[in-house]
Design a protein around this ligand. Structure first.
Ligand code: ZN
Length: 147
């Protein structure tokens, strides 16, 4: 895992895609990719229902809004369905957030918050990430979701 550069390596965990209907999107991805649903969960605090589709080395996360004031609702209203964020798995999310903050990155979440499957997550603003909304995830116990 260590890169020898003093920076811990980030592993691509999933690509988040905003969808209007979670059921329709799950069946589309299962049918088209021959992939399987590995987790479905509602994160009430964020107003989002999500589903992870296992695509081998990484995953696709389908995101649907559960209420009109959620971030996914605003995203869908302004841009329609499509790629929402990229997520990297890290082993020390607090350490990485502190490092990014020290380097001048704009953090949406200054501290980790609960994500799916008892993980901890935090978002970094696309303004400081070359236009890409970027999520960090530290899985519970450091294991990989669904495996
Ligand atoms: Zn995500």
């Amino acid at each position: 895992m260590a890169t020898g550069t003093g920076v811990s390596s980030w592993t691509l965990d999933h690509i988040g895609i905003a969808v209007s209907s979670l059921d329709d999107a799950i069946s589309f991805y299962e049918r088209t990719l021959g992939a399987r649903l590995c987790l479905r969960e509602t994160i009430e605090a964020s107003g989002v229902e999500l589903a992870f589709i296992d695509t081998g080395d990484s995953k696709v996360e389908l995101l649907a809004a559960t209420r009109s004031d959620s971030a996914i609702s605003s995203f869908l209203a302004s841009r329609g369905p499509g790629i929402h964020h990229i997520c990297y798995r890290v082993s020390d999310i607090k350490g990485e957030l502190a490092r990014l903050k020290g380097e001048g990155f704009t953090l949406i979440d200054e501290a980790p918050r609960p994500g799916a499957a008892h993980s901890q997550i935090a978002f970094v603003s696309p303004r400081s990430f070359m236009g890409v909304l970027t999520e960090l995830v530290q899985p519970r116990g450091g294991s990989t979701l669904g495996r």
